[in-house]
Write a protein that binds this ligand. Structure first.
Ligand code: AMP
Length: 391
């Protein structure tokens, strides 16, 4: 099965073509365009390139297109990308302005460009469909709840992959298989002791998710991607009382406050150096106290959420690090695990230092919980989910 994964931004289009079989996946082509003004044109160009390069003989050979959609109004899961999906994306365009409009537009364009292909949308919120209601509610007036304000969660594809892979690494093939089939069959029952995972997706955008038997029980991301951990330029959790106070004291409009919290907040805002953890670490080492404080704040926030889910899960079998920071930043991993021996979490400093951007068990022999680094590959995760849905 040929599955094209379309990654759409407001002025960008990137793609990977996967050849999927029951036994595995192969990337047979990839490409992309920046500063895009006409998405229909670059999609047509990409299809021409695939033919000119001899990857496909005709666009009809593309069986499916997968879209990693973020947030839909009254819609989640792994679904056929149709008009209902477009409406759901447009219904929440202002909550995810960088993501929803380009995906709504992209689905329209691909419907025209590849009328025979199956279009599939995998919502980033899909993994959180089974979270207990008590942990998705905010204590807000009914009218607010009725317009859809609640915790949704993001990075669902990445955390779901961690649910599958960590179960495999722990030798729990029963849980791994249930996790793989989650969007097809829903949660499974297990007679054995539950498998308890805390997954840390730490990148330009970050979240921590608690997972029991392959199913998310809670996540740090809330209503919008403006929540939870400090993000690269986005604020993360902020007391709602701070917004009106800052607007009045600083004399700024709602739009300006929103802009500052999305563009000038997060790691960038706190450090005043950069939104990239590499630059911030370098500055901290050179003695910049704001940069040091930024790292400490991020570490504190990660530990806060790990603690929350360890408690809810009643313990932990594996702590997992993934995404750009989680896979590469060894000092941060060590700092996150510091002093957690009492919870059965003990990192092996040498294994940790030796592990960069590859899968590894970095826990000490004496650690009762495993500590894993598992690389994320969002396109592959999406291609697998599309393949499962269609086959
Ligand atoms: P992601 O959004 O998953 O691509 O992660 C991006 C973030 O990962 C960047 O902001 C960097 O701070 C961090 N990162 C990526 N590569 C490295 C690396 N080699 N060493 C340390 N941090 C890295």
């Amino acid at each position: 099965m040929n599955i094209l994964i379309a990654n759409l931004g407001s002025t960008s289009f990137k793609y990977r073509l996967f050849r999927m079989e029951a036994g595995g996946a192969e990337v047979v082509a990839k490409g992309g365009y920046e500063r895009v003004e006409d998405h229909a044109q670059v999609i047509s160009d990409a299809l021409d390139n695939l033919q000119n390069d001899g990857i496909i003989n005709s666009p009809d050979e593309i069986d499916a297109v997968g879209f990693k959609t973020v947030l839909g109004k009254n819609l989640s899961g792994c679904v056929t990308a149709d008009q209902q999906t477009i409406d759901a994306l447009e219904g929440f365009a202002e909550v995810a302005p960088a993501h929803n409009p380009p995906y709504a537009n992209g689905i329209r364009q691909f419907t025209k460009a590849l009328p025979k292909a199956q279009l599939v949308a995998l919502f980033e919120t899909a993994f959180y469909q089974w979270i207990p209601e008590a942990s998705i509610n905010y204590a807000i007036p009914k009218a607010w709840r009725e317009i859809g304000i609640r915790r949704y969660g993001f990075h669902g594809a990445s955390h779901k992959f961690i649910a599958e892979r960590s179960a495999e690494l722990l030798g729990r093939e029963d849980v791994a298989e249930a996790a793989r089939r989650l969007y097809l069959d829903g949660p499974a029952d297990f007679a054995s002791a539950p498998l308890r995972i805390v997954s840390c997706h730490l990148g330009g955008s970050s979240s921590v998710t608690g997972i029991r038997n392959g199913v998310a029980i809670g996540t740090s991301m809330g209503f919008s991607p403006q929540s939870g951990l400090p993000q690269n330029n986005r604020v993360g959790d902020l007391d709602s009382g701070a917004l009106p106070y800052a607007m009045r004291k600083l004399g700024i409009s709602l739009e300006e406050a929103e802009r500052q919290l999305t563009k000038e907040g997060g790691l960038q805002g706190l450090s005043g150096v950069s939104n990239d953890i590499r630059d911030i670490s370098e500055a901290a080492e050179a003695g910049n106290s704001d940069a040091r404080l930024t790292l400490d704040t991020l570490i504190h926030s990660i530990r806060h959420w790990i603690g929350a889910y360890m408690l809810e899960l009643g313990g932990i079998d594996a702590l997992v690090f993934t995404a750009g920071i989680g896979e590469n930043n060894r000092d941060l991993r060590e700092a996150v695990c510091r002093g957690l021996d009492g919870f059965g979490i003990r990192i092996d400093p040498e294994k940790n230092q030796a592990c960069r951007a590859r899968e590894a068990d970095i826990s000490a022999d004496a650690s009762t919980a495993k500590i894993f680094v598992i690389p994320a590959n969002e396109e592959l995760i999406l291609a697998r989910e599309v393949y499962r849905k269609l086959s």
